[in-house]
Design a protein around this ligand. Structure first.
Ligand code: LLP
Length: 457
């Protein structure tokens, strides 16, 4: 890591990438320009155009390995980390996490298919969702993928399917543990008032119902309390609660062998953010489950966790090209970039903050200027940075926004009929395309003009 990159003010943490703002291979070359994965960002944009999503393979693998290593270090039972693919789903991501020994969490047929085609073994995939379609359930069952039962409706359909096929189905159930955590209300899921999972108070009745079914075998419990969480306490509490629920289930005769504690570990988007390390998070979860099992004389279950953001966010950056400027004297200077809310809906949705720099002046050495960075969409709220200090910017300069690997590409849209950016993978000075840039023609692919309208135009 180049010492000069001190605008990031922190020493790069190689073993817990979520504690850095930038990908761990970020560097500044001899011409003072930004490099990631040994690739010049300027050269990448010359080749692949902008906006451009970039993923750094070394950061991704370090994040996966940090989870594996910590689980081996702290959990005495068997464990399986599962990548929450909603954070960034692609053939490449499925393949990468599979190669690191991870399982994968999917919530739709699209995510399931992407996981299978990307090489994730079916027995390591779990299927979530609060409103799975019949078709999605059939797809999961046909591919022998474990379904996490979220509600009565799921339960009823799985019971019918297992009866009609006359075979046993292993299921896990998701419940809301009633844990509050300090994160944006849209990404908080563990409190009582949540659309996901069974209420903890309904579990006793539920255990009684499931035990009477002919073919449903309840083998595991799942809970996920929210995302971008910086405290360790909620996950310590969660471990204890889950073991208590496991004990209750056992009393009904269920053989609970698996506990899935969900994801949620936060990442460092800005200097103010200070998330725990992956190691600390796993240590907390593991010791809370181990202690509760010991207290209740229970065998250690298979421990699953489902990180999404902390696997992929820090590995990703987005590069934009600056176009127009608008100075409102005494108020602000807007600079507009060639992307915005269609490739990153997080600022407009959750008022999320990011860090960024100019590709040709990453250290802001030339001068410091305050800008409002606007997207190009027809929406006043399409602002990526309300106020950011950058070097002197001019039309054609490139801006690199850090920490965009999670929930950007996967939440992108075609608002204003803007094609989605390309995504490239960088590693050891090589760049490879992992998602092609859409073209405006791709956007017309599924439009149909009914015959009777054709001659009218
Ligand atoms: N497991 C389940 C069941 C989940 O619902 C989620 C995230 C995860 C695991 C992964 O959580 P993570 O490790 O990424 O925090 N779009 C929002 C985040 C929504 C999270 C949804 N569920 C955002 O951009 O902040």
């Amino acid at each position: 890591m180049n010492e000069k990159i001190s605008f990031l003010k922190n020493k790069i943490n190689l073993s817990s990438p979520n504690k850095n703002i930038v990908p761990i291979t970020t560097n500044i070359d001899i011409t003072e320009k930004l490099n990631i994965g040994g690739c010049s960002i300027e050269d990448l944009v010359k080749k692949y155009e902008s906006p451009l999503y970039i993923l750094d393979e070394i950061t991704l693998r370090n994040s996966c390995r940090a989870y594996k290593k910590a689980l081996e270090k702290y959990y005495r039972g068997v464990s399986l980390p599962i990548y929450a693919s909603k954070a960034n789903s692609s053939l490449f991501m499925s393949n990468l996490v599979a190669s690191e020994g991870f399982g994968l969490d999917a919530v739709s047929e699209g995510e399931l298919l992407t996981a299978l085609k990307g090489g994730v073994p079916n027995e390591k995939i779990v299927f979530h969702g609060n409103n799975k379609s019949d078709k999605e359930i059939a797809f999961a069952i046909k591919n022998k993928i474990k379904v996490i039962v979220d509600n009565e409706h799921d339960l009823k359909r799985l019971e019918e399917i297992s009866n009609s096929l006359n075979f046993d189905l292993e299921i896990m159930i998701r419940f809301t543990p009633g844990i509050e955590c300090h994160t944006h209300e849209y990404i908080r899921t563990g409190s009582f008032d949540s659309k996901f999972g069974f209420g903890i108070e309904s579990l006793t009745k539920l255990f009684g119902v499931i035990i009477k079914t002919k073919h449903l075998k309840l083998i595991g419990l799942h809970a996920h309390i929210g995302s971008q969480i910086f405290e360790l306490e909620p996950h310590k509490d969660l471990g204890e609660i889950m073991v208590n629920v496991m004990l209750q289930a056992k009393k009904f005769g269920h053989n609970i062998k698996e506990l899935n504690v969900g994801g949620g570990l936060g990442i460092k988007y800005t200097q103010e953010d200070d998330p725990p390390s992956i190691d600390e998070w796993i240590k907390t979860v593991s010791s809370s489950i181990e202690q509760a099992c010991k207290k209740n004389k229970l065998d250690l279950p298979l421990l699953m966790c489902e990180p999404g953001r902390s696997i992929v966010s820090t590995a990703g950056v987005t590069i934009y090209k600056i176009g127009s400027f608008k100075e409102i004297p005494g108020i602000r200077t807007y600079l507009s970039v060639d992307g915005g809310m269609s490739d990153n809906p997080r600022p407009i949705t959750y008022q999320s903050n990011y860090s960024a720099c100019l590709v040709n002046d990453p250290l802001n050495i030339n001068s410091k200027n305050k800008y409002t960075v606007a997207g190009k969409h027809c929406e006043s709220g399409d602002v990526l940075f309300k106020e950011i200090e950058l070097g002197k910017c001019k039309t054609g300069d490139l801006i690199c926004v850090f920490g965009t690997g999670a929930y950007n590409n996967s939440m992108s849209s075609n608002y204003n009929r803007i094609p989605k950016p390309a995504a490239v993978l960088v590693c050891n000075g090589e760049a490879e395309i992992i998602q092609k840039r859409e073209s405006p023609h791709d956007l017309l692919k599924n439009d149909v003009l009914p015959d009777r309208f054709i001659n009218q135009s």
